[in-house]
Design a protein around this ligand. Structure first.
Ligand SMILES: Cc1cc2nc3c(=O)[nH]c(=O)nc-3n(C[C@H](O)[C@H](O)[C@H](O)COP(=O)(O)O)c2cc1C
Length: 265
């Protein structure tokens, strides 16, 4: 992935303030990739007024006008060629890209609702996944995805024994939708101690590290080709009941041979 004229990236920014640290990081992504010869498309989800709420209002034409079932209507409208225009545009940009870069701040230990809603609406049932087209056979197989996430809390408090809980582990369910679609999900970049309001203790001036962080991020973009991907089980690691085979590797506490829920026996 050395960036050539044929390589394209789609950059998503999920932050309500264009002039935020996340906005600056997303700009850095765009300029770094373009500088390396990539074609880059950019979606500032708040700036473009993307509606992240999946609901009946997007579907004037319905398979079932009585009762709204999101997957049914997504698939029906996909089949009819009436996928909502804002969603169809995002699908086109994702499918035209070799790399998806997603920028977001950690909000309540997850992604902002804007980004979750982008996933809810853009990962259309029928178009982006169906039973025979997911995981190893996902439509985005061969594409890479990279999340760049900022936290207000410090690296210490986001570490495996930190008070805020293990942020790298939190990333696993957050990024699993991308694996579901077949992406190679690269190890996310998590930049800590940003913002400096309530979460940063002893570093209230969270802006002080901006130059250092953007430099670090620029280096990460330059090193994309060798950045490790998260290991996931392959489809044939599971038996007919979709349970992990005894001899298959376990790559995370989320899919493992014994339960990792410590508060039950
Ligand atoms: C609604 C909301 C929830 C937040 N939740 C968290 C959190 O769970 N963990 C954390 O470390 N920081 C949290 N923060 C702080 C943001 O992550 C932090 O301000 C942001 O990453 C800074 O980047 P920015 O300057 O681009 O906004 C939260 C901020 C907001 C507004």
């Amino acid at each position: 992935m050395n960036g050539s004229a044929e390589m394209n990236a789609h950059v998503l920014l999920a932050h309500p303030e264009r002039n935020s640290f996340n906005g600056l990081l997303a700009d850095t992504t765009r300029s770094s990739l373009e500088g390396a010869g990539w074609g880059v498309t950019f979606a500032d989800l708040y700036g473009m007024g993307f509606n992240p709420v999946e609901s009946p209002e997007h579907y004037p034409s319905r398979a079932d006008s009585e009762r709204f079932h999101a997957q049914t209507e997504q698939r029906f409208n996909a089949d009819e060629g009436t996928t909502p225009a804002d969603v169809a545009e995002q699908i086109e940009l994702v499918m035209a890209s070799d790399l998806l870069v997603v920028h977001f701040p950690l909000w309540w230990f997850g992604m902002p609702a804007m980004l979750k809603g982008w996933i809810d609406r853009v990962f259309v049932y029928g178009t982006m996944y169906r039973s025979q087209m997911r995981y190893d056979a996902g439509i985005c197989a061969g594409k890479k995805m990279l999340a760049c996430v900022t936290t207000g809390a410090s690296a210490d408090s986001c570490s495996h024994n930190g008070r805020e809980s293990d942020t790298r582990l939190l990333m696993w369910p957050l990024l699993f939708p991308f694996r579901y679609l077949g992406f190679d999900v690269l190890e996310p970049e998590i930049l800590h101690g940003i913002g400096g309001v309530a979460f940063v203790e002893g570093d209230e001036d969270g802006t002080s590290g901006i130059g250092r962080y953007t430099q670090h991020w620029t280096e990460q973009i330059a090193g994309l080709a060798t950045r490790p991907a998260i290991s996931y089980n392959r489809d044939d690691d599971f038996d007919d009941n979709k349970r992990l085979r005894p001899d298959a590797p376990a790559h995370s506490p989320f899919i493992s041979h014994t339960s990792n829920v410590p508060w039950t026996a």
